[in-house]
Write a protein that binds this ligand. Structure first.
Ligand SMILES: Nc1nc2c(c(=O)[nH]1)N[C@H]1C(S)=C(S)[C@@H](COP(=O)(O)OP(=O)(O)OC[C@H]3O[C@@H](n4cnc5c(=O)[nH]c(N)nc54)[C@H](O)[C@@H]3O)O[C@H]1N2
Ligand SMILES: Nc1nc2c(c(=O)[nH]1)N[C@H]1C(S)=C(S)[C@@H](COP(=O)(O)OP(=O)(O)OC[C@H]3O[C@@H](n4cnc5c(=O)[nH]c(N)nc54)[C@H](O)[C@@H]3O)O[C@H]1N2
Ligand code: SF4
Ligand SMILES: [Mo]
Length: 729
């Protein structure tokens, strides 16, 4: 028997960042992982993906060195220093010739798991004064930033799950996505404990999800009809006198406007539009408004089904008119561990502009850049649209555009058109295969890390981030594979900056904190800092110094520190939250006028969903993770399958007004009839023949980036897509 040792770390596949124990063999190779049962925050929680996280470090498919495109069109090994020399020179030439708008950066989901990289890349883009920054955020939940801008944010913090007696989840399935909504660490157990305490869970989802099955009330609306459901609940809260009048009088503007805007959403009207029982709307209001503490929060489902901004805004209104916030003198449950030390105050950050942040993209003249960032759905067009000032160079990091961006045919054409595409990526993805340079990074077990990214998620929405003062440092515990020549992701940005003569100022944190000035550090560009140093700078000014976490890795909870309480409103401050934003509530008129996404001849709607064992495109190439279905099946209600003459395993042709795919049919009795539910980020390169039973299919082929895109963010219709089904010939 070979001897193995065990070391602790954090899984970095998804934002749950579960504490894990990694088994390492005599040669220092990580073999497998399990949840860390001794960790008081997660209590051993982890998932099957996490078990295979170490293998991603040793997999023969992992890129062990960087690659550059050859004159013949293939790729050949290049050492990273030479690659950076060449890339810096090419970037400089493009910038000199065409200006800064010829260069764009796309940061994907994995990017935000790497605090040092997020900070260094931001410093690099700032130093370049780079305007064209795109992220996966605008094809995810961009309505959150839009709604927060229109509504304002409460600087005292919201109620957290563990203390709440009601919780409402709209278009999110945290028991599978483990992505917030219910705190990441062990959401099922937290829910169980909450319910034992009396918490009532309300879920609004057209699918009877793993989370919905445990709800006190599950409303299963037609997809895309959430504005009706939420407006109906708001109206009932007011009708049943469940509004926190004192909180509203002091802190909320626009109440009468909201009251008027939702007046037409009687339970009967909602029942007809959303196809949920009228009594369910009354009951939801009774449960939500009757509780003392709680929150409503939303996920990708409602952001992708056409009414992203409006729905997220109505969710915020629900929380505000019921006063679901911490008040002066309340103890702050999580004052932060690794994030910048800050005050909590019982006052709002007042609304700020939704859009008008610079000039519109060439390809989207009617879409002024908004607070959620530039529309990633438009990036392919920015590359393709002819003109002197088109995008010619792209840096992609922590993302996989060929799988993730809507309309992969257009994406492929765009990526092929680029003069320079640099991809920082550990796998030989479809995207990497189209790149000019692929820089192979070290992976998390090989580099120092921390929980900062996930902690920082509180800035994105209430009910995200950690619900207790938890923080952890993760030391590098293994060396990269023998013979590998790898850089840490952040080193690439530092290396480019050095070569381009840029002076970098490194910001602390991963996402900016509303109302807080982030500490910044000027870097000595002559000397590359050590990774640990960068981590120190990224956590500079934190409430608990990172050094304490390094010194005592067993201590990960800091509830015993001096309590932090919410301060009273500053004298003379009369800021208010706004629940009467005409720019957002105006969408209710368009909504009432009819369903703009309906198309004659397309009887079904395809809704988005996540599968438990893969994370976006990560894991779709690992047998142990794809075994259950082998593919991303098209889940359909058994009655619908029967009507279409299909049985499990048949190939079904799914057509939208934009495109067509073939998928493997799979019965799902938990689905509302009339729907197809499918997971994204599968499939193969467009134009290459592949077996959908093995490679799956890219549902982005059904999505148009030109039609049915939301205001402000440009997020396309990625759920509730009208489709028709037919047996594949
Ligand atoms: N295992 C796993 N975990 C993941 C991911 C993964 O791929 N796999 N991806 C990660 C990422 S990038 C993200 S952003 C998060 C997302 O986390 P979530 O937002 O929780 O994602 P889903 O689990 O897809 O849940 C979305 C739900 O919305 C429902 N839905 C679809 N259309 C509508 C609609 O019109 N109205 C309503 N009310 N509901 C609708 C779907 O049925 C689905 O249950 O998950 C993260 N976690
Ligand atoms: N049709 C449809 N499309 C969707 C969605 C949907 O529901 N339906 N969901 C959308 C959502 S919510 C999102 S967030 C996007 C996801 O969009 P992306 O973020 O673009 O896609 P991912 O597959 O998550 O890409 C992550 C990449 O990071 C790489 N990676 C892993 N570890 C590291 C590392 O340490 N360093 C570096 N540099 N790279 C690493 C992985 O190998 C992977 O290729 O997709 C969106 N697309
Ligand atoms: S939920 Fe699974 S994939 Fe996500 S961090 Fe935990 S173990 Fe890793
Ligand atoms: Mo996402």
């Amino acid at each position: 028997m070979t001897k193995t040792i065990e070391k602790k770390s954090l899984c970095r596949i998804c934002t749950a960042q579960c504490p894990i124990v990694v088994e390492i063999d005599e040669a220092g190779r990580p073999l497998s992982a399990r949840g860390d049962k001794s960790n008081p925050h997660s209590e051993g929680f982890f998932c099957l993906k996490g078990k295979h996280f170490p293998e991603m470090h040793t997999s023969p498919n992992r890129l062990r060195h960087s690659l550059a495109r050859t004159a013949e069109g293939g790729h050949a090994r290049i050492d990273p220093e030479t690659a950076m020399d060449e890339i810096a020179e090419k970037l400089k030439a493009i910038l000199d010739r065409h200006g800064r708008d010829a260069v764009a950066v796309y940061t994907g989901t994995l990017f935000y798991q790497l605090p040092q990289t997020a900070a260094m890349a931001t410093a690099f883009m700032d130093a370049l004064r780079l305007r064209l920054r795109f992220s996966s955020g605008t094809i995810d939940q961009p309505g959150k930033q839009v709604a927060a801008a229109a509504h304002g944010q409460w600087l005292g913090g919201s109620h957290v799950f563990d203390e709440s007696d009601v919780w409402m989840l709209v278009g999110t399935n945290p028991l599978v996505a483990i992505s917030g909504g219910i705190p990441h660490a062990n959401p099922a157990r937290r829910l169980e404990r909450g319910q034992a305490r009396g918490l009532e869970l309300i879920v609004i989802d057209p699918r009877r999800t793993e989370t919905a099955k445990r709800a006190a009330l599950h409303l299963q609306p037609r997809p895309g009809s959430d504005p009706a459901v939420l407006a109906g609940i708001l109206r009932e809260l007011i009708a049943q006198d469940l509004v926190d009048r004192a909180f509203v009088a002091e802190n909320v503007a626009g109440f009468e406007i909201l009251e008027q805007a939702v007046a037409r959403f009687t339970p009967e009207f909602v029942a007809a539009r959303a196809n949920v029982p009228a009594e369910g709307i009354r009951q939801a209001a009774r449960i939500f408004g009757g509780a003392r503490r709680g929150s409503a929060t939303a996920g990708t489902g409602i952001n992708m089904s056409g009414w992203s901004n409006l729905t997220e805004y109505l969710v915020l209104c629900l929380n505000s008119i019921t006063g679901r916030f911490r008040r002066a003198g309340d103890r702050v449950v999580n004052p932060g561990v690794l994030t910048t030390r800050r005050d909590f105050r019982a006052q709002p950050l007042p609304p700020y502009p939704i859009d008008g942040y610079g000039k519109p993209l060439r390809s989207r003249p009617l879409l002024p850049p908004a607070v959620c960032g530039l529309p990633t759905s438009a990036l392919a067009d920015e590359i393709l649209l002819e003109g002197e000032d088109r995008v010619r160079a792209l840096i992609t990091i922590g993302g996989n555009p060929m799988r993730a961006w809507p309309d992969p045919i257009r994406t492929k054409a765009a990526l092929e058109r680029l003069e320079l595409h640099v991809v920082v990526e550990p796998r030989w993805t479809d995207t990497a295969q189209l790149a000019d340079y692929v820089l192979a990074p070290k992976l998390p077990l090989e580099t120092p890390g921390s929980t900062l990214s996930t902690e920082n998620l509180f800035t994105v929405s209430p009910a995200l981030g950690y619900s207790e003062p938890y923080g952890q440092y993760a030391a590098p515990i293994v060396a990269p594979p023998e013979g590998a020549e790898l850089l840490e992701d952040w080193e690439f940005f530092f290396g480019l900056a050095q070569r381009m003569g840029l002076a970098l100022e490194l910001p602390a944190g991963v996402f900016p904190i509303p109302g807080v000035r982030t500490p910044k550090t000027k870097l000595d560009m002559q000397r590359k800092p050590a990774s640990e140093e960068v981590l120190d700078l990224v956590t500079k000014g934190s409430r608990i110094p990172l050094e304490r976490l390094r010194r005592d890795p067993a201590k990960v909870l800091f509830a015993d520190e001096a309590p932090v309480v919410v301060l009273p409103r500053e004298a003379g401050n009369d800021a208010k939250l706004d629940v009467g934003s005409s720019r957002l509530l105006g969408d209710l008129d368009a909504f009432v006028a009819g369903d703009p996404f309906e198309r004659a001849g397309y009887a079904y709607r395809l809704v988005s969903r996540r599968m438990a064992n893969t994370f976006n495109s990560v894991g779709t190439d690992i047998d142990a993770l794809t075994r259950r279905y082998g593919t991303n099946p098209a889940f359909v209600h058994p009655d619908d399958l029967a009507r279409e003459g299909l049985v499990r395993g048949d190939l079904v042709r799914i057509a939208s007004p934009h495109g067509e795919i073939e998928a493997v049919a799979w019965p799902d009795p938990d689905l509302r009839p009339g729907l197809v539910s499918m997971c994204h980020c599968w499939g193969s390169m467009p134009g290459r023949s592949a077996d959908v039973r093995k490679s799956g299919v890219n549902i982005g082929l059904l999505i148009s980036v030109e039609q049915d895109c939301a205001r402000f963010s440009g997020i396309p219709l990625m759920s509730a897509i009208p489709v028709r089904l037919a047996r594949a010939p």
